[in-house]
Design a protein around this ligand. Structure first.
Ligand code: ADP
Length: 144
């Protein structure tokens, strides 16, 4: 079974890597899908995010990394993925993901599997990492 792990990954953090590692125990293959947001330029260009993540998983043939635009469910179908994978850190994440998962399932039948964040990584987000980098802090401890 092929799962799709979509996100901005701006940048890809240890929290994302933890979800990928755990999802590899559930799925045969995982497509890490880096979303283009037409309204946001982003911190790192999407092509750079894709190539960084590809390098990271160069030795893992079960992982595919692609950029995409448009609806996540459309891209999931295009990739032959049957399930969307998302991580949940907080109750706010949970409420948002529940709503999204329901719409996606009603629209296309694609299910979403939510993995609870590992406690030691639950406060890590790309936005915190960007903020630290902005103020000149070393962010390497948060990146895989
Ligand atoms: P998006 O803009 O789609 O939320 P992100 O790159 O912020 O993209 O996150 C992608 C996915 O990874 C989301 O499901 C998010 O909840 C999850 N995620 C982000 N950080 C962590 C973390 N520290 N632990 C577990 N899951 C995380």
């Amino acid at each position: 079974m092929r799962g799709l792990f979509p996100g901005s990954f701006d940048p890809f953090t240890l929290g994302h890597a933890d979800i990928v590692k755990r999802a590899l125990g559930i799925f045969d293959e995982i497509v890490i899908a880096v979303g283009y947001n037409e309204n946001k330029a982003g911190w790192m260009p999407v092509e750079e995010r894709v190539s960084t993540i590809r390098k990271l998983y160069a030795d893992e043939p079960r992982i595919i990394v692609e950029g995409y635009t448009g609806l996540t469910v459309d891209f999931a179908k295009e990739c032959g993925a049957t399930t969307i994978i998302r991580g949940v850190r907080t109750t706010a994440d949970y409420e948002f993901e529940m709503q999204l998962a329901d719409v996606n399932r009603q629209l296309t039948g694609i299910e979403t599997i939510l993995l609870p964040a590992s406690p030691q990584l639950a406060s890590l987000s790309s936005s915190v990492v960007r903020e630290l980098a902005h103020f000149g802090h070393d962010i390497s401890a948060f990146l895989p």
